[in-house]
Design a protein. Structure first.
Length: 306
């Protein structure tokens, strides 16, 4: 078996997805009806849209990490939804069986809906389907509390529970002050009713208070490696910054069972292509792959997530 804690799709897949995104932003792009490229079930309309992050349409392309079932991560093919379809990202049943004891899969699935505007702006609407009978978004904070409940190994201040949720759902924005060398974490914009297309703000992340409906707005050509990224389970960490010894300052020595990790069991990035299709340029699952192409427990991945 080959251990693969991080499996990234091919560079070609990323280039294709990004190229499509740039195509939507070119001056030659044909304006779509109502200033938005229509996707599944008619797509976005240029009128008040209180259900912008609503459940996906009937036609759904499903991603379940099966493209990572290869021995060499460089051989993993890219994944793209069918143009016009929404996407659902979920763990296969085999992967769910490999979560270490004492830790949870917080999210059962993510439903994704893309909107592409003639202005070169992309919007990703997300419905977060939390695991049945689970703790909901609070589950994203469990791993950190279990490993060091008093933050005794933290280099800086331990993130708050809200900040851990924002990190798992890519809702926080870190703003750096170059003069002082400090940074600040900004929360998403919380809403009861999502704004209409005309009222969307660029470079803004929207969320309901219960973190079940999200919307990300960004220039299509500025997506880089994704418009957003998401985790499936609680994170484990032994030290707040997750970096090398030289970055830990006066923090005490790490315990023997800690390998400086800060990772969920599985996660993925999302890019919106110019035709409104959704791609997964990179993803990971903390499991091994057998020679015959089946998921198996990673022997080096213990109950602490190392």
């Amino acid at each position: 078996m080959r251990t693969a804690l991080l499996r990234i799709t091919t560079a070609t897949a990323l280039i294709i997805a990004t190229g499509c995104g740039l195509a939507a932003c070119s001056d030659n792009a044909e304006p779509a009806p109502d200033d938005a490229v229509e996707t599944a079930n008619g797509g976005a309309e240029n009128e008040p849209n209180d259900d912008a992050a609503s459940a996906p349409a009937a036609d759904i392309s499903v991603y379940d990490f099966a493209n990572l079932l290869v021995m060499d991560p460089d051989d993993a093919p890219g994944w793209f939804s069918t143009p016009g379809n929404d996407a659902r990202v979920e763990l296969s049943d085999d992967l769910k069986q490999l979560v270490p004891e004492g830790h949870d899969i917080v999210v059962d699935s993510y439903d994704l809906h893309a909107r592409v505007f003639a202005t070169g702006v992309c919007a990703l609407d997300v419905t977060v389907n939390y695991a049945p009978d689970g703790p909901g978004p609070d589950g994203f904070t469990a791993g950190t509390k279990e490993l060091h409940p008093d933050g005794e190994f933290a280099y800086n201040e331990t993130p708050t529970d809200d900040e851990l949720i924002w990190q798992a759902l890519d809702l926080s924005t870190v703003v750096y002050d170059t003069k002082s060398g400090t940074s600040d974490t900004e929360p998403p914009q919380f809403v009861d009713d999502f704004p209409s297309d005309d009222d969307l703000a660029l470079d803004t992340k929207y969320s309901t208070d219960d973190y079940t409906k999200l919307t990300f707005v960004k220039e299509c050509q500025s997506q880089d490696y994704g418009i957003a990224s998401f985790d499936f389970g609680d994170d484990w960490q032994c030290i707040n910054d997750g970096n090398t010894e030289s970055h830990r300052g006066d923090a005490p020595a790490l315990p023997d069972n800690c390998m400086n990790s800060f990772d969920s069991f599985a996660g993925f990035d999302v890019i919106i292509a110019g035709d409104g299709s959704i791609s997964i340029p990179s993803s990971f699952a903390r499991a091994t792959v057998s020679v015959s192409g089946k998921w198996a427990q990673d022997p080096e991945y213990n109950e602490h997530g190392n």
